[in-house]
Design a protein around this ligand. Sequence first.
Ligand SMILES: [Zn+2]
Ligand SMILES: [Zn+2]
Length: 244
Amino acid sequence: MRVTFLGSGSAMPTGDRFQTGILVQEDGRTLLVDCGSGVLHRLQQSGVGYETISTVLLTHHHLDHVADLLPLMKARWLAGEEHLEIVGPQGTKALVDDLLGVHEYMQGKLELQVREVVPGEFSVAGFDVSAYETRHSLPCLAYRFGDLFTFSGDSEAFAGLANFAEGSAILAHDCSFPDDVDVSNHPTPETLGKELAGREIGRVYLTHLYPHTEGRHDEMLESIGAHYDGDVRFAEDLKTISVE
Ligand SMILES: [Zn+2]
Ligand SMILES: [Zn+2]
């Protein structure tokens, strides 16, 4: 399996990190998880291209995870692609309908399949996926792909999510802010380190990074490392990880 961070940023731009998007590829299958602002460009830069993306899996409906959905639809339509499947938590159908209600000329341009999923097991784009409800300001699902890859979506750090991720070769986890930012609905390095303590995880990538984290990476890693002694790194846009 190959996991590519298309966007490791968040709702406030850093200039380097686009909004959330992760590409999951295995045996010729390709799935885009989240589609925030900039992801359409990163898809092109990655060499995969928007033509290849026929399924998008959404963690939740915040703008930094869905902003490029309509631009992706339009690019695919212009390229002569006819389908797009959009899978996400409850409310995804209404979201897509409402987006198309605002941009009426996009209605009917693609054959859209929209599917809502709940915590538990399901299949998407040929991948067997487990979903787990996170702690965030909107309903949000974390996704796990077998023993290979887990993505937290947006979430506070908590034991249930750490349990869900345990045993993954790769975990990409929201780590939006350094410790001195007073935050809810996202973790701080300290809370993440405490929840990951003692867990068996191959490698952790920190993502969903706000500008507040710039220049603070070393102290964030130290804060996590005070509780969790595993391999922790920062995600970067267009970074690809191969995982067996
Ligand atoms: Zn969010
Ligand atoms: Zn977000």
